[in-house]
Design a protein around this ligand. Structure first.
Ligand SMILES: Cc1ncc(COP(=O)(O)O)c(C=O)c1O
Length: 374
């Protein structure tokens, strides 16, 4: 047992976060009206070169807001990857629509364009590609499929702010694209989310639905059922300070990625996500280990814990969850999502991680793998 503890993730709050939050507190604007909301939304839109950014209380409801604004409803089908955080599929269910769980590619671990083609039915209305662990999905191909079949696309960029696909930022391909600022994300607001779009009408729909459906010209008049999905000025104060450091934060994550790859290169059975002509932002450094299974991974995780190192399993396929098993039908065989889930493990990834920490984590992991025969 050691006193050392390396968490899986921790936020970096080294800029103006405290100053801006104190400013918000002292001004009295602590709820969902206040200057930092506009500042954060404007900075976010400018960073992505889009017209509109709509801040929300978290990333899950950002996805729901986007789907609701697009009118996704009962009887509609939405294609989502089987390997993702549960919120991607849940947001579809919140609209009473059916998520169609679709397999991912073994190379980049993201939704497979071929599997999307197979899963399309006359009821399909939308696709939600996820940029898993910060690695962009095959957006050119996905947008082509969507155009051919008149589908809308919502990129789930929760883990991928700043990622690029052929030089174009994740979040600038789909019709509305959603982000999360949970505490373990690349930038954080504690809890928080954002929807971005270039479509004026969709942006207006989201602003109305975010605020209980209140008529924008007539206060306290409601034409439809809406939600309270607003972000607070306090969250936005943190977010605005985080935006000022974004490039620096991503660059350090790039270094961490390289340091991990180098330190693990001696093990022939370790595989990373393939990053083609893209910029992955290394949200969570995650590898597949040949021969790994759930039982061995539990053993490795427990051993790492004794050495003071936190780790995390790759997401379990959503199709394994009991409440998704029977109630949505599956687009094709979900072989790859199962394999990646079985073999995958995420290692600590955050800006405060030192080169020595990474070296210690890798030496420890390699010795644990040896002990379990991998
Ligand atoms: C892929 C993905 N989608 C959606 C979410 C939901 O975001 P939040 O936790 O802010 O609700 C997350 C993260 O937590 C995520 O990783």
């Amino acid at each position: 047992m050691t006193n050392r503890w390396i968490p899986i993730s921790q936020p970096t709050l080294l800029g103006n976060e405290k100053k801006y939050v104190m400013d918000a507190v002292e001004s009295g604007w602590i709820s969902s009206i206040g200057p930092y909301i506009d500042k954060f939304e404007s900075a976010f839109a400018a960073y992505h070169g889009v017209k509109h950014a709509i801040a929300t209380h978290n990333g899950t409801i950002a996805l729901h807001l986007a789907l609701a604004a697009m009118g996704i409803d009962e009887g509609d089908e939405v294609i989502v990857p089987d390997l993702t955080f549960i919120a991607t599929a849940n947001s579809v269910r919140y609209c009473h629509a059916t998520p169609i769980l679709t397999d991912v590619s073994l190379n980049d671990w993201n939704i497979s364009p071929d599997a999307i083609r197979e899963a399309i039915s006359p009821r399909t209305r939308a696709i939600i590609p996820v940029h898993l662990y910060g690695n962009p999905a095959a957006m050119n191909e996905i947008m082509e499929i969507a155009e051919q079949h008149h589908l809308v696309v919502i990129e789930d960029c929760a883990e991928a702010i700043g990622a690029e696909y052929y030089g174009k930022k994740a979040g600038t391909f789909g019709h509305i694209n959603c982000f999360s600022f949970f505490g373990n994300k690349i930038i954080t607001t504690g809890e928080g989310g954002m929807c971005i779009t270039n479509d004026d009408a969709l942006a207006e729909r989201m602003r109305v639905l975010r605020d209980h459906g209140m008529n924008r010209k007539k206060k306290y008049w409601y034409d439809e059922l809406g939600f309270n999905y607003r972000m607070t000025n306090l969250q936005a104060a943190v977010g605005f300070a985080q935006m000022e450091q974004l490039e620096e934060l991503i660059t350090r994550r790039d270094d961490i990625y390289r340091e991990y790859c180098q330190a693990l290169s001696s093990h022939g059975g370790i595989k990373m996500q393939e990053v083609n002509k893209q910029r992955s932002v290394n949200w969570l450094f995650t590898v597949r280990i040949k021969g790994m299974n759930y039982e061995l991974r539990d053993q490795v995780t427990a051993r790492l814990k004794l050495m003071g190192i936190d780790s995390r399993p790759v997401f379990y396929p959503i199709s394994m969850m009991s409440f998704y098993k029977d109630s949505c039908y599956l687009g094709g065989e979900l072989v790859n999502s199962s394999l990646i889930s079985l073999e995958g493990i995420s290692l600590p990834t955050y800006v405060g991680l030192s080169k020595e920490d990474i070296s210690y984590i890798c030496v420890s992991l390699l010795s644990c793998l040896k002990e379990v025969g991998l």
